[in-house]
Ligand binder design. Structure first.
Ligand code: SF4
Length: 333
């Protein structure tokens, strides 16, 4: 999927989010992440569980206070505290679609009330206008107007995720973080929800951070892909380039272990299981975070932390690839 433009909508600069365990130990959930997200692009963010993907998404939106660094929206630095009145200027422009459509909807509210929540916070929203907008958004996400009076338990998982999408979209955001939006759904409905998100992106010119485990799905839906390992970025680039020609040894391992969506091809292929486990993110020291699992580890890797630097991909079909492919590995510099 293409459509990336050069305009930066959102940017993290040296963003850190640590969680304090006790007076000596911190979980380095997000550690010095600098990343740009362009207007009208879908940036896929992949990595194993515990890599910090969701924490990064929530810190971008101010749902977690940051430990250090900054987030810029349209070039303006976001206020540090989400609850501050200053932050509310940005809050409507940035929404989140949650992983679990079962727990993210209030069981005591109807679908219509849930979807209307964002609009009701606006003092100028008249009741009839709210009802009309809810009906419009039920339709946009593939539900019917009478679904608005039903409760969450009356819906399937896929329908609940559609309600969550309508709730996020009704306030007309520019930027949406989709946090593992399909991982709790049956395989049969995952593609429907992905196609709905892709349609909304084109119709409304949305910009998205799409967080997921499934590399094939992320490649399908994303313009660019970023790979996260133990709170830091390992690789960033055009989605097809990263998927078909991974450069970082961790990305290579992720791609090799990724099941092939086509069952016929999958039968003739043996995905390699990921070796080892992601280490503890508590008080991460210097050196490459992947050194303990990397088949290409060198002495230097254990002492010096590799920076995320531009790398040439001579086989890229993306004309901007030379500028956009970045890898954090001593094999490349
Ligand atoms: Fe492997 Fe060294 Fe590259 Fe880290 S820096 S991924 S240990 S080769």
């Amino acid at each position: 999927m293409t459509g990336t433009t050069g305009n930066v909508l959102l940017e993290s600069r040296n963003l850190k989010r640590y969680f304090r365990l006790d007076h000596l130990r911190y979980v380095h959930a997000v550690d010095d992440v600098s990343l740009v997200i362009h207007t009208n692009e879908i940036l896929g963010l992949v990595g194993e569980s515990g890599s910090g993907k969701s924490t990064f998404g929530k810190t971008l939106l101010g749902l977690h206070d940051k430990t250090a660094g900054e987030v810029l929206y349209r070039g303006e630095v976001l206020p540090a505290r989400y609850r501050s009145a200053d932050f509310q200027r940005f809050a409507r422009s940035m929404q989140m679609i949650f992983q679990d459509p079962y727990s993210s909807l209030n069981p005591r509210m109807t679908a219509g009330e849930i979807i209307a929540e964002g609009l009701r916070l606006r003092s100028d929203a008249k009741p009839q206008a709210v009802r009309d907008e809810v009906a419009r958004w039920l339709g946009q996400v593939g539900l019917s107007p009478d679904h608005g009076s039903r409760y969450p338990h009356e819906f399937s998982g896929g329908q609940r995720q559609r309600i969550g999408i309508a709730r996020a979209m009704i306030v007309e955001p520019e930027f949406v973080v989709c946090d593992e939006p399909i991982s709790a759904l049956d395989v049969s409905v995952q593609a429907q929800v992905i196609n709905l998100l892709a349609d909304l992106k084109f119709k409304f010119g949305l910009t998205m951070l799409f967080i997921a485990h499934d590399l094939s799905m992320v490649r399908y839906v994303s313009d660019r892909m970023a790979v996260m390992y133990l709170g830091a970025l390992a690789e960033v680039g055009p989605a097809d380039d990263v998927f078909f020609r991974p450069m970082h040894p961790y990305t290579q391992m992720l791609v090799a272990s990724n099941p092939e969506p086509d069952p016929v091809v999958e039968r003739h292929r043996s995905p390699e299981p990921i070796q080892g486990e992601i280490p503890s993110p508590i008080n991460v020291g210097p050196g490459c975070r992947f050194a303990g699992r990397c088949p290409k580890v060198m002495d230097r890797c254990r002492q010096t932390t590799p920076e995320l630097l531009p790398v040439r991909d001579l086989n890229s079909r993306d004309l901007n690839s030379n500028a956009t492919r970045q890898v954090a590995c001593h094999l490349y510099g």
